[in-house]
Design a binder for this molecule. Structure first.
Ligand code: NAP
Length: 493
């Protein structure tokens, strides 16, 4: 393969997925390159630099199992600390020289005659070139394409406009009138620090969010020392978190009634922080907890209860040069507007313009709903693999568990392809409808579908195309023991 192509394998993206894949390929002594559109590695943790950005999955589980980190400073790491961890992994596993920065994939086209992929890539200076590869691994994730709200007149806003995923690190809100649209995970994290610094903060809330207390202790030095000296202790801690989180999967997918207790805790949390009954009403969700991603914060409700913070719940009808007008006719004067409005999940692969075999086009194929086999392979796209693809996102625990399981599956498929003396592996088209039907059946009773909310977990038809509707342990078992009959191996080397 290396005789005919620039690289045996091209990985697109250098977040946790791309780095995890790169480490596995380096260990397997395969030839690969990582294409990264930005100037640094890190994906989500490089891009999301808004104040308060952190991960709501405990750090000891939000890290590679093979690279435990005794030095996490607290239970839930900040974005900076996670990015430092990724940078450390890149150095330790000598991946930096495998990354081509400022290299954005604009098209990936499978060449049936040669059995290889042609990738058209562009740099920020406008130059274009082609890279050829035997296999392609998509590590771009689903949460990178910011959604900008469709508000008439917003384009006339003359203040500073920032999405949480493209934060200007030099920006300051000190003494300014700030607005935040959105109260999802990002909104809950960014609102408290903005409330501290702004002269006045207006939170534009369309749907209230469930917020649990955050038990986020700093790790004392003796514990860090103990983890450093006795890695088995750290592993036991990680295993405990993993099992505890798996119980949430059972609650989300089979027994939403289990969420009642947690809902009570969240309402108590709200009552303690917000004394004003009118504000409390505004902040009380009507949908079942877990239908949208549950958030955790000890500072969100106190921030909203401040006298210099307004929670506006009337719909935003219009933007203009100086702010936003809501349906109650109030004009909110703003110097800064922060969009915590989430990401375009369905379109997250569109920009790659992927063309497979027999005239297949991924954008067209996924127009009626994104689907794949186990989130990793797609029929008619030979030697193409997806990390955190359709229905392998998680709302209950660490996505790193899925990434590692998928990296393992891809490695097994590549090894099996080579062992058979073939050059191409593709999932059989016949297995995908069964998998899609299984996901739909198992999603039917989940809180995501039955919980009475709209979320990015569901597509326009109300189908779950994002989340894995079971435990991670089950997924790990399935992909670590793949049925090779589900795949076609073809082509001479
Ligand atoms: P999100 O969950 O999609 O939330 C977007 C928010 O913006 C919602 O409150 C939404 O209201 C609101 N919104 C969107 N368009 C609007 C409009 N036109 N007018 C008014 N409100 C509007 O996005 P996110 O908070 O960025 O989170 C996305 C995902 O990123 C999360 O689910 C999670 O997977 C990940 N994330 C993870 C962490 C972490 O700690 N691990 C932190 C941040 C993000 P509605 O609810 O009414 O739609």
């Amino acid at each position: 393969m290396t005789r005919q192509v620039d690289h045996e394998i091209v990985i697109i993206g250098s977040g946790f997925s791309g780095i995890g894949m790169g480490i596995a390929l380096r260990r397997a002594r395969r030839d690969f390159v990582i294409l990264e559109k930005a100037q640094e590695i890190g994906g989500t943790w490089r891009d999301n630099r808004y104040p308060g950005c952190a991960c709501d999955v405990p750090s000891h589980l939000y890290s590679f199992s093979f690279e435990p980190n005794p030095y996490w400073s607290r239970a839930y790491a900040t974005a900076d600390e996670i990015q430092d961890y990724l940078l450390y992994c890149v150095e330790k596993y000598q991946l930096r020289d495998r990354v081509q920065f400022d290299t954005a994939v604009q098209e990936a086209r499978y060449d049936e005659g040669l059995g290889i992929w042609h990738l058209a890539v562009g740099s920020s200076d406008g130059t274009m070139r082609t890279i050829t590869a035997g296999s392609v691994v998509l590590g771009v994730g689903a949460l990178h394409d910011p959604v900008l709200p469709d508000i008439p007149g917003l384009e006339h806003f003359r203040g500073e406009l920032m999405h949480t995923a493209s934060w200007d690190p030099a920006a300051t809100v000190f003494g300014k009138r700030v607005g935040v649209i959105g109260t999802g995970c990002s909104g809950v994290q960014v609102i408290p620090p903005l409330a501290e610094d702004a002269a006045h903060l207006t939170v534009f809330q369309r749907t209230p969010v469930w917020v649990l207390p955050k038990i986020d202790p700093e790790y004392p030095d003796p514990l860090v020392d103990a983890y450093e000296k006795h890695p088995a202790l750290m592993k036991a801690h990680r295993a405990k978190i993993k099992v505890a989180n798996e119980l949430r999967a059972v609650a989300f997918t089979q027994q939403p009634v289990m969420l009642k207790l947690a809902s009570r805790l969240a309402l108590q949390h709200l009552r303690r922080a917000v004394k004003d009954p009118e504000l409390r009403d505004k902040l009380t969700p009507e949908y079942t907890m877990g239908c949208k991603r549950i958030t955790m914060s000890n500072t969100y409700f106190p921030a909203l209860a401040r006298e210099d913070v307004t929670v506006a719940t009337d719909a935003i009808v219009e933007g203009d040069a100086t702010g936003l007008t809501t349906a109650d006719g109030v004009h909110h004067d703003l110097d800064v507007l922060v969009l915590a409005t989430g990401f375009d999940v369905a379109g997250s692969y569109r920009h790659l313009n992927i063309h497979g075999a027999h005239g297949h086009d991924l954008t067209a194929d996924w127009d009626a709903g994104i689907e794949s086999y186990l989130g990793v392979t797609v029929p008619h796209y030979p030697n193409l693999f997806v990390l955190l693809g359709p229905n392998t996102g998680l709302g209950h625990t660490s996505v790193l568990l899925m990434i590692e399981a998928q990296v393992d599956l891809i490695t097994q498929l590549l090894d099996e392809r080579d062992r058979r003396g073939t050059s191409v592996v593709t999932v059989r088209p016949s297995v995908v409808p069964g998998f899609t039907a299984e996901v739909a059946r198992r999603s039917a009773k989940t809180v995501w579908k039955a919980g009475g909310c709209n979320s990015w977990y569901l597509d326009e038809d109300g189908s779950n195309r994002v989340l894995w509707p079971a435990t991670v342990i089950e997924y790990e078992h399935r992909v670590r023991h793949p049925e090779m009959v589900d795949y076609e191996f073809s082509g001479a080397i």
